[in-house]
Design a protein around this ligand. Structure first.
Ligand SMILES: Nc1ncnc2c1ncn2[C@@H]1O[C@H](COP(=O)(O)OP(=O)(O)OP(=O)(O)O)[C@@H](O)[C@H]1O
Ligand SMILES: [Mg+2]
Length: 227
């Protein structure tokens, strides 16, 4: 479980990027975070990754207070989280397969396990036939799916995506969302930051709205009826 308790983040003395934010996200939930540009969405994610520290308040994940994580405990904590960047950040000189395998090697996974798991991950994101391609020969949506497979590689409990559909068109962003929903059904907590109101309406999930550093709504949306 993720818990924000009265969290304030000041980057400077003047305006808080987040102010007195409290929220809970239970295990296995699928949550959208929405809000205008500058609202504080990425700040919330950075706090969760402990790339930034809260100025006030506490963030507690699975019973651990993030402010107390240190040299040994922080890397272990971060391994629980699979993060999908807006700009994919794939290695251009590595194939699809290698991009995913690399993430597993980096944490010391055995060759045998990697050989078994990478095809499985590529199947989840529907790219098993493109394992040997290089990123340059993939569409934006496909590249994003590789990034998703890589985020899943080490079986994290949490999947966090900051604007995962930012650089791709409507049809492909729908595909990514379908996959994220599928992943949340694998008992993972999925947090998706977006400013695409259309996606939120189509997928009907819990939506936390942030505006000017405050949580202004937190409600469950019903999915739109299929036309
Ligand atoms: N490193 C930083 N130093 C100073 N101010 C920052 C820093 N990062 C973000 N801010 C400020 O904090 C506020 C919230 O920024 P944040 O990146 O969280 O917004 P956002 O909701 O993700 O916006 P966007 O939709 O444009 O990505 C903004 O006013 C921004 O200028
Ligand atoms: Mg942002």
């Amino acid at each position: 479980m993720i818990e924000f308790k009265n969290v304030t983040k000041m980057y400077d003395k003047h305006t808080p990027a987040l102010e007195n934010v409290s929220l809970k996200i239970e295990d296995g939930e699928f949550v959208f975070i929405i809000g205008e540009s500058g609202a504080g969405k990425s700040t919330l994610i950075k706090l969760l990754l402990r790339e930034e520290r809260a100025s006030k308040g506490d963030i507690v994940v699975d019973g651990k207070r993030l402010k107390w994580l240190g040299f040994f405990t922080l890397p272990r904590y971060r391994r629980k989280i699979g993060f999908v960047f807006q700009d994919f950040r794939l290695f251009e000189n590595m194939t699809v397969y290698e991009n995913v395998a690399f993430a597993m090697r980096a944490v010391g996974t055995s060759r045998k396990k990697i050989a078994k798991r990478v095809p499985l991950l590529l199947k989840i994101v529907d790219l098993e036939t493109k394992a040997d391609r290089f990123p340059a020969a993939l569409s934006g949506g496909e590249q994003q799916r590789v990034a998703l497979a890589r985020a899943l590689a080490n079986n994290p409990k949490y999947i966090i995506a900051d604007e995962p559909t930012g650089n791709i068109d409507g049809k492909h962003s729908g595909e990514i969302m379908d996959m994220l929903v599928k992943i949340s059904k694998m008992h993972k907590t999925v947090i998706v930051v977006t400013h695409e109101q259309g996606l939120v309406e189509r997928f009907g999930q819990r939506v936390i709205a942030i505006s000017r550093g405050h949580v202004v709504a937190d409600e469950y949306h019903l999915p739109e009826k299929q036309a």
